[in-house]
Design a protein around this ligand. Structure first.
Ligand code: AMP
Length: 288
């Protein structure tokens, strides 16, 4: 596996990988890799000739009071994992490569209206502008045929799909955005780089989140009114040791518009809640 830290080295390596009509799959990450990320890599390997993984902790998607400085960084360990998964190239730009002159002097921003506005967009202002802009840069830099994103970040996936459609990123290569189902711990907790912040007690309590979500989904699919069901879900989380619930919303899977009741279209239950200072998100399909 090659590692590129500069655009020159990246372009050179991509040119070589692309020789002939080889296809390239891109897996963007912020590092601190776990089995969820590695599942994306494996999926990309199945679908493409070569896999490029990026590791970049993007400062512009963190709010002023968020965990940018504390975010786990373990480049050597991550590189070893990527290598053993058969990744061809690791793209690991520094902040000065992505934002010459610093993020504060970067004057372009991609904003995706609609799908980015509720849910995490409401509790993390500017977050999805930072995500859309950096992912667009990664697409331009790597020019992949396919890019792989986890359903774990369901709203992020919707934002990127909308951006790719609106900005014709499907040209000149046919850029396909592939969503990959959430990989979970044995007790159901969605894998996340942030899970390592949890104390052992909070880690145990965190498993209440997927369990309570499944119970709420069963009730909603059974015909119970979503509103009191979601209120009971919030109460259960608070009772289990979560300090607050940013949202617990039933939404249309495509538009992410909140639903008061099932409409026959695909629906999703999405939750963000805090425990011991860590913000956890999860989402699951609800049969319409
Ligand atoms: P991150 O490093 O957290 O920015 O995540 C990089 C990519 O991995 C994103 O597309 C995430 O949605 C995806 N991802 C993170 N956790 C999981 C998981 N548990 N299952 C599947 N994909 C995941």
């Amino acid at each position: 596996m090659q590692t590129a830290h500069s655009l020159d080295v990246l372009r050179n390596s991509i040119g070589k990988l692309r020789s002939g009509s080889n296809t390239i799959g891109l897996v963007p990450t912020m590092g601190a890799l776990h089995e969820g990320h590695l599942t994306l890599i494996r999926r990309a390997r199945e679908a493409c000739d070569h896999v490029v993984a990026s590791i970049f902790v993007n400062p512009t998607q963190f709010g002023p009071n968020e965990d940018l400085d504390a975010y786990p960084r373990q480049m050597e360990e991550d590189a070893a994992m990527l290598q053993s998964e058969g990744c061809a190239l690791l793209w690991a730009p520094g902040v000065e490569v992505m934002y010459p002159g610093g993020p504060e002097n970067f004057v372009t921003s991609i904003s995706v209206r609609g799908v980015s506005e509720g849910l995490c967009g409401a509790s993390r202002p500017g977050h999805f502008d930072g995500v859309a802009t950096v992912v667009n840069k990664l697409f331009n830099q790597v020019q992949p045929d396919m890019a792989f994103f986890g359903e774990k970040d369901f709203q992020q996936l919707a934002v990127i799909r909308a951006m790719a459609r609106d900005l014709d990123l499907t040209l000149p290569h046919v850029l396909s955005i592939i969503g990959v189902p959430t990989v979970r711990e044995p007790d159901g907790l969605a894998m996340s780089s942030r899970n390592r912040y949890l104390s052992p007690t909070d880690r145990d309590a965190a498993a209440t989140l997927p369990r309570a979500m499944k119970e709420a989904i069963a009730r909603i699919e059974d015909g119970q009114d979503p509103s009191p069901t979601l209120a009971a879900l919030e109460d259960e989380l608070l009772g289990a040791g979560f300090s607050s619930v940013d949202y617990a919303v039933l939404a249309d899977s495509a538009s992410l518009a909140p639903l008061n009741r099932l409409s026959g279209n695909a629906a999703r239950l999405l939750v963000a809640a805090r425990i011991g200072g860590t913000r956890l998100i999860d989402n699951m399909a609800v049969a319409g």
